[in-house]
Design a binder for this molecule. Sequence first.
Ligand SMILES: NC(=O)c1ccc[n+]([C@@H]2O[C@H](COP(=O)([O-])OP(=O)(O)OC[C@H]3O[C@@H](n4cnc5c(N)ncnc54)[C@H](O)[C@@H]3O)[C@@H](O)[C@H]2O)c1
Length: 374
Amino acid sequence: MRCLIRGGAGFIGSHLAERLLHLGHEVIAIDDLSTGSMENLSSFRFHPAFEFHGDTIFNRRLMAELVDVADIVFHLAAAVGVKRVVERPVQTIETNVDGTAVVLQLAAKKQRRLVVVSTSEVYGKSNKFPFAERDDLVLGSTYNSRWAYGCSKAIDEFLALAYYRERQLPVTIVRLFNTVGPRQTGRYGMVVPTFIRQALQQEPITVFGDGKQSRCFGYVSDVVDGFLAVAADGSTAGEIFNLGNTEEISIDDLAGRIIRFTASPSSICHIPYSEAYGPGFEDMGRRVPDISKAERWLNYRPKHGLDDILRDVIAFVRAQIGKKQAVFVAPGARQESPVLNLGMPGAGRVPLQTYSRGARELDSSHSLPARATP
Ligand SMILES: NC(=O)c1ccc[n+]([C@@H]2O[C@H](COP(=O)([O-])OP(=O)(O)OC[C@H]3O[C@@H](n4cnc5c(N)ncnc54)[C@H](O)[C@@H]3O)[C@@H](O)[C@H]2O)c1
């Protein structure tokens, strides 16, 4: 099958791409590298069945071409991360709402199978636990831009379901709860990689709020299993599925566990939300998924518990820190642009026309490889 991944150089998109290639599918990825990176692609960048377009999902002409040749489209591209959402609400709303509208229009025109990735943030401040797909969404005030992310994703869901009902688009929505694993960056406020980096660098672990808020962390490969189960089952069209893990932990306990697993001398430092994100910031006290629908329909069973996940991410962050230190100490090392430098041993530079962000420069790279036999 030929699979198009919008947001394919992101944390989850790159794991999905890697798995699909491993299963013998052809993968086309598009990503503007705003929060994703070429380094995420380094283990399969030169796979013969992989094609990468470094461009925005708003390049409508390119998107139309790519949707045309795809058998299925996975839509993951979004403005993500609490920090980014609070700092850039216009970009968040426009990317998430307009970006999804474009792919829905194009997929509907060609009746392509589409998987739209949403978030547990749509449940907002609801205090009915665990969160199930048909529950009410309780979003906060529009004065508080923190809710723009969940709200923009909720609009995506409304629009996707409207396309399913009115235009018979075979679209399925997956609502992800906190997903973690190797390649996730802490740069945009993601808690697990941030705490692990702080612990490994023996810095204080910065817990926002009182630390009593709890979350459930799912492993990225389990989430990818869920995507594949949805993709393989046409009867999921018009449905929403929660994907995540049900093991709940408070953020204080998470910090403590990371300190223990890394044998770090770090202390835990509580920072008020107002200091971290500005006055009036609100957070959800708990976020627990009801995954019984995915269990029944998709036979979805998360295979990884939190301890396995943390050990894996600790190994990844340790290796990242090691790599960075090696770059800093390398005598006469040349400064590279973060986009150009793949930073992985054995990885070459990406040819200009395939990584460039400029739509015009990309025109020469639109031709797609021959369809691979799955
Ligand atoms: N990681 C989580 O815990 C989590 C939880 C719930 C939902 N999600 C959803 O999963 C999806 C993937 O998230 P992720 O965690 O992999 O984050 P990510 O930031 O690594 O992935 C998003 C990707 O989209 C790309 N992108 C953003 N705007 C773009 C544009 N205009 N054109 C092209 N590419 C663009 C980014 O560069 C990035 O590679 C998102 O839709 C997110 O809302 C993630």
